[in-house]
Write a protein that binds this ligand. Structure first.
Ligand code: ADP
Ligand code: MG
Length: 247
């Protein structure tokens, strides 16, 4: 088997007396779409934050294509190719959609010369291309603060893609979206995984969306990973049904 894009091993995170993430181990391959599900408070967001570097784990390791990233600051992790969207969309409201994407593109430049050339030529085309990929080609010049919520989520996805991620972390990407929009966004994420080889890790409360879109499903309960496998098998797992799917 080739090296996984993401390898989480024995991950631990405590908040005071609460063990939010308890010895969690899983892998994710390029082009694979993995859903991390479980009841509220199971530890899903804490896992995401330990992978993205927003939180420091208390134990275990996180590797991106073999390289340890669990001691790195979020900016370094982002630069190494971990893109993410947040439960509450994180874009600059007063800036246009295109400007938000351009900030992300510019932040990848390593030298001043790059900034100049990228700003002038490369950037415009890249931005247009990214907005087309997420399905909002006509919204480039609209301030993010004035967009419908579903379009903000798409803009946020374009910002994440500007970083050319190997791994995309999406924590409840469809929260607050209308049902029809939700399936569309997940179909788009799935397309990015399968056509561009991006490893996608997402959380989602709507189990129908999960089982329709994920290649694999992992289930957490009270900090621990209690199942990890193909959607059909996980859906019929007795323990998963007991703690999450309701019998
Ligand atoms: P999920 O995303 O699965 O709903 P979380 O990762 O947000 O779960 O939370 C897991 C557990 O950790 C919960 O018991 C929650 O109350 C606790 N927790 C999460 N973040 C913090 C924090 N910053 N400080 C203290 N406790 C936290
Ligand atoms: Mg959460």
């Amino acid at each position: 088997m080739s090296e996984p894009v993401l390898a989480v091993r024995g991950l631990m995170k405590r908040f005071g007396g609460v063990v939010a993430v308890d010895d969690v181990t899983f892998h994710l391959a390029a082009g694979e779409m993995l859903a991390l599900i479980g009841p509220n408070g199971a530890g899903k967001s804490t896992c995401f934050n330990c992978i993205g570097g927003q939180l420091k784990a208390d134990g275990g390791s996180v590797r991106l294509s073999g390289r340890r990233i669990d001691r790195l600051p979020p900016r370094r992790i982002w630069r190494l190719g971990v893109g993410r969207t947040f439960q509450v969309a994180a874009t600059f409201a007063s800036m246009t959609v295109a400007e938000n994407v351009q900030v992300a593109l510019l932040s990848r430049a390593r030298r001043l010369g790059d900034l100049v050339t990228r700003a002038n030529r490369f950037q415009r085309g890249r931005t247009t291309d990214l907005l087309a990929r997420v399905g909002i080609p006509d919204l480039a010049d609209r301030p993010c603060g004035l967009l419908a919520y579903g379009d903000v989520k798409r803009a946020e996805l374009a910002v994440a893609l500007a970083n050319d991620p190997k791994l995309l972390l999406m924590d409840e990407p469809t929260a607050g979206m209308a049902p029809g929009e939700r399936a569309k966004l997940m179909a788009l994420a799935r397309q990015l995984a399968h056509e561009q080889g991006i490893a996608v890790l997402f959380t989602e409360h709507d189990v129908d969306i999960v089982f329709d879109h994920a290649d694999r499903v992992a289930v957490m309960d009270q900090g621990a990973l209690i199942a990890d496998g193909p959607p059909g098998r996980v859906r019929n797992d007795a323990r998963v049904r007991e703690v999450y799917l309701g019998g």
